[in-house]
Design a protein around this ligand. Structure first.
Ligand SMILES: NC(=O)c1ccc[n+]([C@@H]2O[C@H](COP(=O)([O-])OP(=O)(O)OC[C@H]3O[C@@H](n4cnc5c(N)ncnc54)[C@H](O)[C@@H]3O)[C@@H](O)[C@H]2O)c1
Length: 404
């Protein structure tokens, strides 16, 4: 296993003297940056043993002139130890497995695919080539697409695909028993240091991996479809997942250009699908009540919220809809959501003082109130550009006459 010291912001080094089991902090430093030389040296760390690691950190930070001091690195969210992922494996070459292969190979990480259906294995590379061609605007010309494709290979067995992998992504059908079987096989045949990820849409990893000897390296890495185009990726560790595995998975996703989000505790279907379900359930309720046609329901997103949500999350979006930001918006309009929560979901109020306080902290940390006007102008320019793109990209597969 290779380790990499990744700098994410301010971190602290504590210098302690050891007397028996007691440690006394004798000095501490905060660092806002590592210069290039230090980062390069940090990347040379190959030994995961802590004492060596700490000695090297001490050396790195030039603490040698404190002979009685022991450098201790306090791991803050600003600094994390990550495993270098040099080979990825994917089990299941369906819609999601092929897309993950593109994500990894596009980031320069060789990816090997395995599928239990020989026909799917045989067609995988051709289908990936087609997908790459459709995303040329992101991947690049034919030569760039070929370079990505050349990093993807197909294996004939589970053992082959997993042999050298540092990160194995299970992408088979959404069947609990199948996931349990595949994880159990993978846990036996992958390297001891490999991470075992599942792309499951609904099953917390503890529902099928809790009995495995290697359960500490198991984690959910759930995308939106297709991940090579939609970067957001839910990362959901089980209570037994090693923090280093969560950190390494986050770092790997970022290295691959994804946007990981942490699901703090396990819950069926995580958050992405829960949010989508809230919308879909209401769409179906409206449809079933006869209040609106399916075409008009789709327009509410594709010609409405979707244009805004392409640039701003829903919280960010409503922050711009009142001069006093999200607090004023919720003070004025929050009762609408509370009423709907009570009427449609038989739930209690959702626009609580605590929720407003959390959202205000979030919104104002991103954007001072005085900058709302500037961000609104940016939003308007961005939406205008998106509308122009839409108008220049008519969908050839759909009837344009509006008739059902
Ligand atoms: N399709 C989506 O929108 C979406 C989105 C996010 C996550 N997911 C999740 O991704 C996973 C895969 O979904 P998909 O849509 O790609 O399905 P898919 O049917 O397109 O692909 C599944 C592939 O797995 C293969 N497979 C089945 N059992 C196998 C085994 N034991 N060993 C090796 N290969 C095996 C199948 O032959 C098939 O090619 C599911 O867990 C699903 O919940 C799907």
């Amino acid at each position: 296993m290779q380790l990499q010291l990744e700098y994410l912001g301010t971190f602290h080094v504590y210098l302690t003297s050891e007397i028996g089991e007691l440690n006394h902090v004798v000095a501490w430093w905060s660092y806002d940056s590592l210069d290039d030389r230090q980062v390069r040296r940090a990347k040379m760390i190959t030994d995961p043993r802590w004492q060596d690691y700490l000695a090297m950190v001490g050396d790195l930070l030039q603490l040698q002139n404190h002979p009685h001091a022991v450098p201790r690195l306090l791991f803050t969210p600003a600094l994390r130890l990550t495993m270098l992922i040099q080979q990825a494996a994917i089990v299941g070459s369906g819609i999601i497995g092929r897309s993950w292969a593109i994500v990894f190979a596009r980031a320069g990480v060789p990816a090997r695919l395995y599928d239990s259906m020989p026909d799917n294995r045989a067609k995988a590379l051709e289908r990936i080539a087609e997908a790459l061609a459709q995303s040329a605007v992101l991947v690049g010309d034919a030569a760039a697409q070929k370079a990505v494709l050349d990093r993807i290979t197909v294996a004939d067995s589970l053992a082959d695909v997993a042999a050298d992998a540092d990160f194995v992504h299970e992408c088979i059908d959404e069947k609990l028993d199948s996931k349990k079987t595949v994880f159990s096989e993978l846990d036996r045949c992958v390297k001891p240091t490999a991470i075992l990820a599942t792309t499951t849409s609904s099953f917390p990893v503890s529902t099928f991996a809790s009995d495995l000897p290697g359960r500490a390296r198991c984690i959910v890495v759930h995308p939106a479809t297709p991940p090579h185009l939609l970067p957001v990726t839910e990362i959901c560790p089980a209570p037994f997942t090693d923090q280093a595995v969560t950190d390494a998975t986050f770092a790997f996703m970022e290295q691959c250009g994804q946007v990981p989000v942490l699901i703090r505790f396990e819950q069926s279907s995580f958050v992405l699908n829960r949010m989508q379900a809230a919308l879909v359930v209401e769409m179906l309720r409206c449809l079933n009540s006869g209040i609106i046609s399916p075409r008009d329901i789709d327009k509410i997103i594709s010609q409405g919220f979707g244009l805004r949500w392409a640039f701003l999350g829903p919280f960010e979006g409503v922050d711009l809809n009142a001069v006093g930001g999200i607090r004023e918006y919720l003070d004025r309009f929050g009762f609408i959501f509370d009423d709907m929560a009570r009427q449609n979901w038989r739930g209690g109020a959702v626009v609580t003082p605590e929720a407003i306080a959390m959202l205000e902290v979030y919104a104002r940390a991103q954007l001072p109130l005085g900058a709302i006007g500037e961000r609104t102008m940016w939003r308007d320019r961005a939406i205008a550009s998106l509308r122009e793109l839409k108008e220049n990209s008519p969908d050839p597969a759909v009837r344009q006459d509006g008739q059902p």
